[in-house]
Design a protein. Sequence first.
Length: 380
Amino acid sequence: MTIAPSTTITAVPFLDLAAQQKEIAHEVLPIWARQLADAAFVGGPDVAGFEREYADYIGVRHVVGVSNGTDALELAYRAVGVGRGDEVIMPANTFIATAEAASRLGAVPVFVDVDEEHLLMDPAALEAAVSSRTRAIVPVHLFGQTAPMAPIAAVARRHGLAVVEDAAQAQGAWGSDGRAGAMGHIAATSFYPGKNLGAAGDAGAVLTDDDGMAALVRNLGAHGSSVKYVHDHVGMNARLDAVQATVLRAKLRRLEGWNAARREAASRYAELLGDIDGVRLPTARPGNTDVWHLYVIRVADRDRVMAELGAAGIGVGVHYPTPVHLTPAYAGLEGRPGQFPVAEAAAHRILSLPMFPHLTADQQQRVAAAVVSAVRGSGS
């Protein structure tokens, strides 16, 4: 596709949350007014309604709304029995919350490398990392694509391990093995505002078909209590509030359309940048229906390219600049450079371009023109 030259700098945001909020405001504001009048803020019919609707959408028996994605992970880990000293295997290139939630329980994150093409958990590396202390495997559905769940589940079955999906970046994504959030024993997701399904603040959920796990998560997230002032466990305060549930219900009704718009935008980027030397485009894993939470290209001299895009008014990001085993927070695990070569090499080259449902063709033309200019060095 021909990229139209641009003679003026017109900013393109990395994410446009205001457009989403504008689309749902007429539905949300009257409900918020009613909640204020009724002083109905925690739990209640709005939360229950969202839990039921999201469970139906994903295809699971239970959704438990919680306060944020990190708490969702911790509660999911607790539900499958992860505790102090247990090992939890996860990819090295994930957001730190995947590891952080395990560490908060006294468990030990064990990192593995990813495949070169899609940057998802490598099943062979997973198999090699299993030990007698392993309790759970955490496949991360990264960038809007599902992890290779069939071989991961096979490893779990061979070793009697729980599978906890981290589905924070994949609301609505399908793989050949099923829908993200419905393929493991339990799943955690985040509804942080920038997610495909985002709240107006922090929110999250735990998803499962297991009645007992769902009941335990709900109990643990309410101070270990199912009956007021009767506390069965040492729990936490991790409840979803009605204000956020209202936003999520309105956005859930639009999620399929918004995800389709993301797929159209991904196809347009592929047309605009597909024949540009020095730009490696993302590809969908076979059998996947991606929801393109992020559109992540790979380029040499990424930091220079990123700076030039910023100077041209193009919002970009890096997800993620440092694999978790090399972050200062996990220095105690003695991770070393070169330990996970695929994840580490990618961390120096990945660049997330603007991606959101309301992204226009004209905006993508401007993004592509700026990328070509920066990669070819004409802007330096």
